[in-house]
Design a binder for this molecule. Structure first.
Ligand SMILES: NC(=O)OP(=O)(O)O
Length: 342
């Protein structure tokens, strides 16, 4: 047994005097906190995992032992298909046991505070993938957790989706320069990270949302700075036809995010003209080789079947790439303890 009076390092935990101190981990909050190089490294790592998994050859046994005997927690206060399944798959790859904690499974929010919950979870598990309502919940978790918090969607960001999306774009267009991404839809968590991730990857961005809707101010500031630094174009406008002009990648998402179901009637009117159709793409004058992306789940009001199920659609590759994004994130933030360039 280690004497509590002896200062000694045990993994990341060390004793100093009578109190045990734990080194603070690095968390994945959004793509703003990453450098261009770090973001690119996550995408490259996701691509390497995909190549390995798709090869059909077993990975070296060492890969499957990296988190053997550990638990990857999923603290989810909202529904999920892709994020849940990809995280469970990625945890299994590294030999960890995934533990899904939905909003009705634990004491959080009924009998127990977020602070007490994260203290307990982070004392027993290797990391916490957290899907929450407010961004503040992510920052609170990060402040009090002794293990990496992986933002698995909050009202402002969705970084795991952005990693999968940039992998999908890279697969479709290779290292081609001069690409333009057009977003036609709501101003939400998905485009916030996708805009930053695209600019970090050398892609110009045009965001089109109905008038009266604004862009997250921090995202707007960072996006403008990134565009200027790299000689890229970035615009936030209210005309979908203009946004689509010369676009190589056309992206949308639901108009009614989880929790906004009561606003459906109002939103349907507000988003008139924002449905992605072949007519809109042709009228706007998208690039000949345009591709369509959507993080899913999809609703028919935001995109017609003729686009969603077309040969130009990358939606199912994009969904599969969530698995490799989760693998890259676990490897970088948990196995390699936040050294993203390793
Ligand atoms: N795209 C996405 O996050 O899907 P889920 O909500 O199903 O996890």
């Amino acid at each position: 047994m280690i004497s509590p009076t002896v200062k000694s390092i045990v993994g990341k935990r060390y004793y100093s005097g009578s109190k045990m101190t734990i080194a603070k981990p690095r968390h994945l909050i959004n793509t703003i906190q990453l450098s261009n190089q770090e973001f690119g490294s996550l995408v490259d790592k996701a691509a390497a995992f995909k190549k390995q998994v798709r090869s059909g050859n077993p990975a070296p046994l060492e890969e499957h032992k990296k988190l053997l005997g550990k638990v990857v927690t999923m603290l989810f206060s909202k529904r999920s298909t892709r994020t849940r399944v990809s995280t469970e798959g990625a945890a299994a790859y590294f030999g960890a046991s995934p533990m899904f904690l939905g909003k009705d499974d634990i004491q959080l929010g009924v009998n127990e505070t977020l602070y007490d919950t994260v203290k307990v979870l982070s004392s027993m598990t290797a990391c916490i993938f957290a899907r929450v309502n407010k961004h503040q919940e992510i920052t609170d978790l990060c402040e009090h957790s002794n293990v990496p918090i992986i933002n698995s969607l909050c009202d402002r960001f969705h970084p795991l989706q952005a990693i999968a999306d940039l992998l999908t774009i890279k697969e479709a267009f290779g290292a081609r320069k001069g690409l333009k991404l057009a977003w036609v839809g709501d101003s939400n968590n998905v485009i916030n990270d996708l805009a930053i991730a695209s600019l970090r990857s050398g892609i110009s961005v045009s965001i089109s949302v109905p008038s009266g809707i604004s862009l997250d101010s921090e995202v707007e500031t960072v996006a403008k700075k990134l565009a200027q630094e790299q000689g890229l174009s970035f615009e936030f406008i209210h005309d979908p036809v203009v946004a689509v002009k010369d676009a190589n990648i056309i992206v949308t998402d639901t108009w009614i995010s989880m929790g906004q179901e009561d606003e459906k009637q109002k939103k349907m009117k507000q988003f008139d003209g924002f449905r992605i159709t072949k007519e809109l793409i042709s009228k706007g004058g998208a690039a000949d080789d345009w591709k369509f992306m959507h993080c899913l789940p999809r609703h028919p009001e935001e995109v017609e079947d003729a686009v969603f199920y077309s040969e130009n659609s990358l939606v199912f590759e994009e969904a599969e790439n969530r698995l490799y994004a989760a693998m890259a994130v676990i490897d970088s933030f948990v196995v390699n303890k936040g050294d993203l360039l390793q």
